[in-house]
Design a protein around this ligand. Structure first.
Ligand SMILES: O=P(O)(O)OC[C@H]1O[C@H](O[C@H]2O[C@H](CO)[C@@H](O)[C@H](O)[C@H]2O)[C@H](O)[C@@H](O)[C@@H]1O
Length: 271
């Protein structure tokens, strides 16, 4: 059953629904390429897009996130807010924010360095390249904690020199542009771009905290906003603290998405 607050948000027009992918709509998989949407998710997203603006807000590159979701007529926002695509990239242009462009080359240099120095040393390390920077995945390496330390110690100085930023994700080190753009700023841009009066955002990890925190600012601006956190054993406590709704795992998140879609569809048929 949907809470009164979610029902209130769903009653707003125009309405936005924004989702993280990994850990939210897709269970965490051993490698990024093995990740799949939870069964049924594509259909619910497709249905929801008939009644609301649906956004996919991910740390993956747009091309990669869109390959995984593969639903037309959604807004794909990738690389933690740096690239946007209105629809699937096969038929719509991917736009990189202009302020991110100076960081393409330094990001490539750091990833080249990782491939030269870290890949030969760390068995099963995955280097995932994005338009800006990328991610080093150490989930499958024999000694993950040792690998994490080696990655950070090898890249810290070059990252500083090249004016890039390192951060950490789930069994991963992220190479990022030193920009203040994050999922919170991207979420606000999405709301403003479509003049939304209501928005629901769902996420599960530390990069999603910026999105969840931005909802309070949107509420101050008169937008009905609701944050859903998908809880896993390693969910950062700050996310749970600021959530409006907490669901247990991806299956429960997709069940909630189904309820939201059904509600929107019923409301439409009554109007
Ligand atoms: O901030 P997010 O939008 O959640 O993106 C963070 C990273 O998510 C993906 O990696 C994670 O999921 C993989 C598939 O389940 C898993 O194998 C990996 O260990 C996780 O870190 C994605 O591949 C990265 O590009 C994102 O940066």
């Amino acid at each position: 059953m949907l809470s009164a607050d979610i029902l209130h948000v769903l009653g707003q027009h125009p309405l936005g629904l924004v989702f993280d992918i990994d850990g939210t709509l897709s269970p965490i998989a051993p490698t990024p390429d093995e990740a799949r949407l939870y069964p049924g998710t594509e259909n619910y997203l497709r249905q929801a897009s008939q009644f609301a603006r649906v956004g996919i807000l991910t740390g993956r590159a747009v091309e990669d996130g869109a390959r995984l979701v593969n639903v037309e007529n959604l807004t794909y926002i990738g690389t933690h807010g740096l690239e946007w695509c209105e629809g699937l990239p096969a038929s719509h242009p991917v736009k990189l924010l202009p302020e991110a462009e100076p960081y393409i080359k330094p990001g490539q240099q750091l990833l080249d360095l990782a491939e030269q120095q870290l890949v030969p040393e760390i068995p099963n390390l995955i280097v995932q390249r994005k338009s800006i920077g990328g991610t080093l995945h150490y989930r499958l390496v024999p000694n993950p904690e040792q690998a994490r330390e080696l990655i950070l110690s090898t890249l810290r100085e070059p990252a500083h020199r090249l004016n890039m930023r390192l951060d950490e994700g789930k069994r991963a080190v992220e190479i990022l542009a030193p920009l203040t753009i994050n999922k919170g700023i991207a979420l606000r841009s999405f709301v403003e771009r479509f003049g939304l009066r209501g928005v629901i955002f769902a996420g599960d990890d530390r990069t999603d905290l910026n999105g969840i925190l931005e909802l309070a600012h949107l509420r101050q601006d008169g937008i009905a906003a609701h944050g859903i956190v998908v809880q896993h054993p390693d969910t950062p406590p700050a996310l749970l603290e600021h959530a409006d709704t907490v669901v247990q795992g991806v299956a429960a998140m997709v069940e909630l998405l189904q309820d939201i879609t059904t509600n929107l569809s019923n409301a439409k048929s009554l109007s």
